[in-house]
Design a protein around this ligand. Structure first.
Ligand code: UDP
Length: 234
């Protein structure tokens, strides 16, 4: 597969065209940002871990009937994906209170949420990804009603599949963020699923094994990503 023109460079990934207009190459970088890119750094080999972790999880979801943009791994940092027209809505699912939800509602981190909470955020860095609801999404024409129904159904299904998968590997899936897009008229899961986009706590000790180690200067960041990779592939 020929690597073509760079069409997008984000905080953690680069996206390239290929000789097939339907397919793109997604390359994972070691760069890390937090707090609307006010904090910047590098996490050694993060790109390699996130590429492999995402590939494994996308493969699992595809097998279980949740369609994703993943096609195949190409190299340590690259995967081949289907080209999506991204729906500019980030979906967050929360099983346990942490981060933004703890701040917004004055709740203690670690409180279990039953049933899990689904949130929509407008994918707009300049505005700080504001929280939004279905009415905002329809009024702003970001997605159609039937598309959002599919997105919400897939998101809860992904939560069920991944919570069980991580639980079997002694990890608690606290919360995570998903992005979806359109491909040939179908909604597919896009972006990545990794310790950059999920909160994962060790089941026995509650040790944070995700990007919060970078956000909160907790140390042993590289080791945490390696540990998740090890458990996911193990
Ligand atoms: N998240 C993400 N990208 C974002 C914001 C959040 O991947 O731009 C993930 C984050 O890693 C966590 C979940 O979404 O697993 C919920 O994040 P929260 O809204 O609590 O974000 P915070 O305010 O802590 O950044």
């Amino acid at each position: 597969m020929k690597k073509g023109k760079l069409i997008y460079e984000g905080k953690a990934k680069r996206v390239y065209e290929t000789d097939n207009p339907d397919l793109l190459i997604q390359e994972f970088k070691d760069d890390a940002t937090a707090f609307d890119a006010k904090k910047r750094g590098t996490i050694k080999n993060k790109g390699v871990c996130n590429n492999e972790i995402s590939a494994r999880l996308f493969g699992l979801l595809d097998c279980r009937g949740v369609p994703t943009h993943f096609v195949k791994l190409l190299s340590a940092r690259e995967m081949l994906v289907k080209r999506l027209e991204i729906v500019p809505v980030e979906v967050t699912i929360r099983n346990v209170v942490a981060g933004g939800m703890a701040r917004m509602f004055g709740l203690e981190e670690g409180t279990t949420l039953c049933p899990p909470v689904l949130e929509y955020h407008y994918k707009n860095d300049a505005l700080g990804d504001p929280l939004m609801n279905e009415y905002h999404i329809f009024a702003l024409k970001l997605a159609e009603e039937r598309e959002l129904k599919t997105i919400a159904k897939y998101s809860f299904e992904i939560n069920r599949i991944l919570s069980k998968f991580f639980d079997e590997r002694n990890l608690k899936l606290i919360d995570f963020k998903l992005e979806f897009g359109r491909h040939r008229g179908k909604i597919l899961l896009g972006d990545e699923i990794s310790p950059d986009t999920c909160r994962l706590w060790d089941k026995a000790t509650n040790k944070k094994l995700d990007k919060d180690r970078f956000r909160r200067d907790l140390g042993n960041i590289e080791e945490a990503y390696q540990e998740v990779l090890h458990r996911v592939l193990g």
